[in-house]
Structures are given as structure tokens and as C-alpha cells.
Design a protein. Structure first.
Length: 298
């Protein structure tokens, strides 16, 4: 607010030369103001609990077959119905959470670590090293991500872990670009330039000022990228590249139910809804991390 605006509105202007901190509300207050964000947090808590201890939600055996219970509709006894082998679909969905979420987290971790290192080296060294590394990143970004993932899986073989590695390698380029951009931006900040006059060496400036501040945006992006990884893991599992049957996995459950989609539509729809809601919840929470920072307003 300028002095002129303060006179027009009758408000007092902030003291000159002293920045004021504007916080966008605490995390708890933000949850109370946004029911959608609260629901997203609660859903993620449920998903994490299901991944750590599926028995909290489904006490049955996800592999148990019962010919007398084949293709039953959703009911209080079978919330998601049963498949063509008489297995409880809700139990299989709950147990599939662990494998699907584990693969997504591994994929993001691989992309985050490798991409951040590449971006940090490119942004810190600059010059020829920056040019070479960024051209490699450009090549990776030019090829569709699904094709790259399929090529890596073809080399490594099928399996959920191999899917995670493929997705992680494929996401390296995006994290590298973001980390490099943040390193270059933070390196030109005034407080970093002031550390030069304070006698700090280049390595000390890099790891004390540049890396901690540049990593904030990268970590926020990684949070949202978990949703993309969940969706990609499910898509590749749907194509039959993940865990072999009868191992419960979200994408595989959707694929197994597509044969009966015209009659027993719930076999694919309900596990698919779990995937969609989880991805939307992760995106919503990730956006709140970006918006929940404290900004300095001069």
C-alpha cells in the first residue's frame, strides 16, 4: 500500500524501508476454510493407512477364491462386489494400495534425486557443462513419456519395481529443468550477492543459500508429481506391464474388470474411482503447499 493509497482509504501506511510479512494463514486455519482441502488430507491419510496396514480396512484374503460368490454386485458384505473368481474386490483394492503407492513414491524419489543433481550441476557450473546437460534433458523431454517408459520396461522386464524405475528415469528431465531454473534464480538474489561481500566461498554459498532455497519449489513439484506417478503406474499396469495376476494392483484390477464392463461395471469403475480420487487429493494437497508459503511484501 502506497502513502497516497493510505490517505485515500484512511489507513496507515507501513513504515518506509521495512518489509512486512504477509502469511496466507496457518495450515489448520486453511483446512477449516477449505472443506475440499480437509477432505483431500483425510483421504490421503486413509490411503497411507491402507498402504501400511491394509488389514485395517479389509480383513479378508485378497487372493481367496470362492466359486459360490462369483460376480456379485456391491453389497454390505462386498462393498465393491466380487470378481469372476469370487474374490472380494474391495479387499483386493485395499491391498493393491500398498503396491501402487510404493511404486509411485519410488518413481518420484528416483526422479527427484537424479533430476535435482543434474539441475544443480548444470546451474552451478554453467558454461559447457550446462549446455551439454541441458541438451540431453531437451532430448528426453522431446520424446513422449509413455514411449520412454515402455522402452525402459522392455529393457528391464515387467514388474511394478521396473515400472517405478522407468517412470523415475523418465521424470528426471523435468526435475532437472526446474532445479536448474531455481538455482540460477536464487544465485542472482541479493542475499546471495551479499554473502560474497561477507567473505563466503562459492561452495559455502551454494550449499548454505542456493540449495536450500532452490529445493523448496522442487519438493513442492515432487509432491504433485506423486499423483502423476500413481496415474502412470496404473496405466502401465493396466497394459499388463506391472505385477502379474493374481497380485492385487490398482491398474490390474481395472484391467481385469474390463471384460465384464457391460454387465458388472463396478469391477472396473470402483477401483478406477479410487485412483481418480487419490490423484485429485494429491494434486489438491500439493497446490496447498505452493500457496501456503509466507511471502515478503515490500
Amino acid at each position: 500500500m502506497t502513502i497516497l493509497e493510505a490517505k485515500e482509504t484512511g489507513a496507515s501506511a507501513p513504515p518506509a524501508g521495512k518489509p512486512r510479512l504477509r502469511a496466507r494463514g496457518g495450515r489448520a486455519a486453511g483446512l477449516l476454510r477449505s472443506p475440499g482441502l480437509l477432505v483431500a488430507y483425510l483421504w490421503i491419510v486413509v490411503i497411507l493407512l491402507a498402504a501400511v496396514h491394509p488389514g485395517l480396512f479389509a480383513t479378508g484374503d485378497p487372493l481367496r477364491q470362492d466359486a459360490s460368490q462369483m460376480l456379485l454386485a456391491p453389497s454390505p458384505d462386498h462393498l465393491f462386489g466380487t470378481d469372476d473368481f469370487g474374490r472380494d474386490q474391495f479387499t483386493r483394492t485395499a491391498w493393491g494400495t500398498r503396491l501402487s503407492l510404493q511404486a509411485a513414491i519410488i518413481a518420484v524419489a528416483i526422479g527427484l534425486v537424479s533430476g535435482s543433481l543434474v539441475g544443480l550441476v548444470a546451474g552451478a557450473l554453467r558454461g559447457r557443462a550446462d549446455s551439454v546437460l541441458m541438451r540431453v534433458v531437451d532430448i528426453m523431454l522431446a520424446v513422449p513419456s509413455l514411449i520412454v517408459s515402455l522402452a525402459i520396461i522392455s529393457a528391464l522386464g515387467r514388474g511394478t519395481l521396473n515400472i517405478a524405475v522407468a517412470i523415475g528415469i523418465n521424470s528426471t528431465a523435468g526435475f532437472a529443468r526446474l532445479m536448474r531454473s531455481e538455482v540460477l534464480k536464487v544465485s542472482n538474489a541479493k542475499y546471495v550477492e551479499a554473502s560474497v561481500f561477507a567473505g563466503h566461498g562459492y561452495v559455502r554459498r551454494l550449499f548454505k543459500h542456493v540449495v536450500p532455497n532452490a529445493s523448496r519449489s522442487v519438493l513442492a513439484a515432487a509432491t504433485m508429481d506423486i499423483g502423476t506417478a500413481i496415474l502412470t503406474v496404473a496405466a502401465l499396469s493396466f497394459l499388463g506391464l506391472g505385477a502379474p495376476p493374481p497380485t492385487p494392483e490398482w491398474g490390474l484390477l481395472v484391467a481385469e474388470g474390463r471384460t465384464f464392463i457391460g454387465v458388472q461395471w463396478w469391477l472396473s469403475l470402483l477401483p478406477g474411482l479410487v485412483i481418480v480420487v487419490t490423484v485429485l487429493a494429491v494434486y489438491r494437497v500439493g497446490r496447498s503447499f505452493n500457496r501456503g508459503r509466507t511471502h515478503v511484501v515490500a
